[in-house]
Design a protein around this ligand. Sequence first.
Ligand SMILES: [Zn+2]
Length: 112
Amino acid sequence: MKNKRQARDLSGETFGRWTVLERANRNEQGHFYYWCLCECGFKGRIIGYSLKSGKSKSCGCLQREISAEKMKEVRTMTRHYHRKEVRDLKQEIEYLRNLLKKHKIDYCAVAS
Ligand SMILES: [Zn+2]
């Protein structure tokens, strides 16, 4: 009988910006870590299920870029919102909501 927890070796596969170089050690639960190379050149050890689930897509550089992009758009939109006349308020709030939803931004995070 084969090892019941024989995990697929992810070496050579890509997940987001990660390219899996080689399998590393296991953690206490028996999950494998992988040495991965990010597109930006950063090398990191990532747990396999994070790669497979899409939880980890880069060393963090991708996340930083997305956040910067999001904030730029929100700032532009906020400036636009403040210039608008009150009669368009309902429409503006709707626009704001959609924009936030599109980028999956937490309402509270923007309001604070
Ligand atoms: Zn990176």
